[in-house]
Design a protein around this ligand. Structure first.
Ligand SMILES: [Zn+2]
Length: 376
């Protein structure tokens, strides 16, 4: 089957992250086993008790504790939600050389290309183990990939992680970290501010410090990135109950995207130091920091065999991205990861998401070359 036909079948299966991905995994299992792959599932239950499955299809070796996979093609099975009025969302539609549908570019296009590439290459001549890894819950915090990275059921040498990069090989990505900050104050009538303490004023002082930290971060540069340093953002703030009451509480989010050469909790350390400084100045100062994510970035050396191979196959120099991918988890499994896929990240997550037909076909050829050069 050509990648376009496979994509139509994948898009038909609703695999929004909130649902179980069992249906799409069943489909992928059938296809992979028909080609001669052995499959294994690595399942877990999410916080709503919904079953989520990472599927690994393996050829050229048996599943065992000391399995070393030479090349893994990695795609996430889940998608972001879609507007129910968007009729093409689960009905792949071609117009002007573009294929519209939810997940067409993020990341079912890549999965279709990978399946089609392996189907045409065949598994008979494999000399080294090849795997297809289909993950769950990428869109809601890389949970499936993190589950695998922690379990470490095998090692991987090279991994190609599918994400829409318009077919540019991406050899490094920034990490993603998130914390919620809860600043406490004491409520009082605003006519008598000395009777209380404003959580909003306290939060403002901390945010002022964060702006200084953001400036400080610019000194630690990684030339491959744009921007070349760790960035941070206070995206949401809520505080206070009425205009004439000193705010008893103020909450804000702190998000940062660390360059891969910096520990993912570096910003947190700087922020904690700023909190301690405030506490020295004001012993009554109270604040909680709930750090919920600390995803590290990844970097593969520019002279990696896989990078060289993909640069040659695409005719494009490798680059970097500032958004999160499963690259770091694939690194944790021992591999040198590269992120590449058809479609443009700016089209992903939107009504009207599409993948260009030409890029889908080109991706299939690129993956064929990678499989041939590394595993055959
Ligand atoms: Zn994606």
């Amino acid at each position: 089957m050509n990648p376009q036909q496979i994509l139509a079948e994948l898009v038909k299966i609703d695999s929004v992250s909130s649902r179980s991905n069992a249906e799409i995994v069943d489909y992928l299992t059938r296809r992979c086993e028909a080609m001669g792959f052995k499959t294994q599932r690595f399942s877990y239950r999410d916080e709503r008790d919904v079953e989520k499955i990472n599927l690994v299809a393996l050829a050229g070796a048996e599943f065992s504790k000391d399995l070393n996979i030479e090349l893994a093609l990695v795609g996430h099975t889940d998608t972001v939600p879609y507007d129910p009025n968007w009729t093409e969302a689960t009905n792949l539609t071609e117009r002007d050389g573009k294929l519209y549908g939810r997940g067409s570019c993020d990341t079912k296009g890549f999965i279709s290309a990978a399946l089609s590439a392996v189907e045409t290459t065949g598994l008979k001549n494999l000399k080294k183990p090849l795997a297809l890894i289909f993950t769950a819950d990428e869109e809601i915090g890389l949970r499936g990939a993190k589950y695998l990275a922690e379990l470490k059921p095998f090692r991987v040498r090279y991994s190609i992680v599918g994400e829409p990069t318009s077919l540019q090989p991406i050899r490094a990505g920034k990490g993603y970290s998130l914390a919620e900050v809860i600043v406490k104050g004491r409520e009082a009538h605003s006519a008598y501010p000395a009777l209380g303490a404003s959580a909003v004023f306290r939060a403002a002082r901390l945010i002022n410090q964060l702006e200084k930290i953001a400036e400080q971060l610019k000194a630690d540069r990684h030339r491959a990135f744009d921007p070349a340093f760790t960035t941070l953002n206070v995206g949401v703030i809520h505080g206070g109950s009425a205009k004439n009451v000193l705010a008893g509480e103020c909450r804000f989010t702190l998000e940062w995207r660390p360059i891969p050469t910096q520990p993912s909790d570096h910003v947190l350390h700087l922020f904690n130091a700023a909190i301690e400084e405030e506490q020295r100045r004001d012993p009554d100062f109270a604040c909680e920091v709930d750090a919920s994510r600390a995803d590290s970035g990844f970097e593969t050396a520019p002279d990696s065999r896989l990078i060289k191979l993909l640069e040659k196959a695409t005719g494009r120099e490798s680059g970097t991205v500032a958004f999160g991918t499963e690259g770091a988890q694939m690194r944790a499994l021992g591999s040198e990861p590269v992120v590449i896929g058809p479609g443009d990240i700016r089209e992903a997550h939107r009504t009207g998401e599409f993948v260009p037909v030409r890029e889908l076909a080109a991706c299939t050829e690129i993956l064929q070359q990678a499989v041939r050069e590394l595993c055959v």
